[in-house]
Design a protein around this ligand. Structure first.
Ligand SMILES: [Zn+2]
Length: 339
């Protein structure tokens, strides 16, 4: 609200450039993308292909905090992922959708890397941000306190137990269901982030995210700081405080409106690199310049790569009456959810 108001008031002196695009988050081989939650998990499993009826019930997890691999029960592991990846205050149907996505991600990783992921040999999945977060019950107790455990652990168990064994399939293959915090209104097509086209990870609307603290974020800096940061990282840009705003041009957006490439001076820069340079929550951003105040406002929508299920969107859908199956079928295109 405030941001809109300011822009309106300052209109005569403010130039607003709106770009968006999705960056290719380095996904060379489709494994871990971003350093944030919701990347992709992996699972367990023996070397032979895992048939639907004989899914591994144990999973090997690499712990990057002590360099150890532990084996644990898959369903117990999923409880720890749900607790670590989604606020327990969320609607039970949102927690169920998270449980199915987390379980499926783990199983898909186990199938893909039965002998261990190249980044953590010995386990197909890790409990760091590289794959998907996990917290044991003891760790949850330490972090949140006993009253949290009493209030929420039963709810998390219910979300996982009531969807036990349920997985997301596309064409009878276990899907790799990415998820993220907040899309900003539209999710992103995986091809724009990871460079590989994934038929069930297409851009869809995400209409109920208003509750997310990351729905809209304002980053403010002076024009001098902006220009210095760009020139430091991109010496060929050669911009200065007098001319820089005319030298910013949108080159390409993704269909969901995220910034893919922008030109700044003599440089063409990926939206994801701008995201990294200014520490933005996503590549869905606009830049406004107040020439009187000499202030740059970067308004960012959403948080994360934007691919797959939006966790805040899932909670919004659940609060508006959707079941976890409806949520999953909304965010993952043409999939089947079954045991
Ligand atoms: Zn990992």
């Amino acid at each position: 609200m405030l941001g809109v108001l300011i822009i309106t008031i300052l209109i005569p002196t403010v130039i607003v450039k709106t770009f968006n695009f999705v960056p290719k988050e380095n996904v060379a081989s489709g494994e871990s993308f971003e350093t944030e939650k919701g990347a992709i998990p992996q699972i367990i499993a023996s070397k032979k292909p895992v048939a639907r009826t004989e899914l591994a019930e144990k999973i090997r997890i690499f712990n990057p905090y002590n360099d150890k691999v532990e084996e644990m029960d898959l369903e117990l592991y999923v409880k720890g992922v749900v607790a670590a990846e989604m606020p327990a205050e969320f609607h039970i149907e949102a927690l169920k959708s998270q449980a199915v996505a987390a379980r499926t991600y783990a199983v898909s990783r186990s199938q893909r890397y039965p002998d261990g992921h190249p980044d953590h040999k010995g386990a197909p999945i890790c409990r760091g941000i590289h794959c998907q977060a996990y917290l044991s019950l003891d760790e949850l107790r330490e972090i949140h306190g006993e009253s949290w455990v009493e209030k929420y652990w039963g709810k998390i168990e219910e979300a996982v137990d009531s969807t036990r064994g349920m997985l997301i399939y596309y064409n009878d293959l276990v899907a790799e269901p990415l998820y993220h915090s907040t899309s900003g209104g539209l999710t992103e097509d995986a091809v724009n982030v990871f460079a590989n086209d994934t038929p069930y990870l297409k851009s869809v609307s995400s209409p109920y995210e208003e509750g997310s603290p990351k729905f809209k974020t304002l980053t403010t800096l002076t024009d001098v700081d902006f220009v210095n940061k760009i020139n430091e990282k991109y010496p060929k840009a050669k911009i200065n405080v007098e001319n820089f705003f005319d030298k910013i041009k949108l080159i390409e957006k993704t269909d969901s409106g995220r910034i893919k490439k922008i030109a700044i001076g003599n440089e063409i820069i990926d939206g994801r690199d701008i995201r990294e340079l200014f520490g933005l929550n996503s590549t869905n951003f606009t830049i406004a310049y107040d020439q009187q105040l000499k202030i740059i406002d970067i308004t960012t929508f959403g948080y994360g790569h934007g691919v797959g299920m939006s966790q805040w969107g899932a909670n919004g859908m659940a609060k508006n009456g959707s079941s976890y199956l409806e949520i999953l079928n909304h965010y993952y295109t043409d999939v089947e959810i079954k045991k």
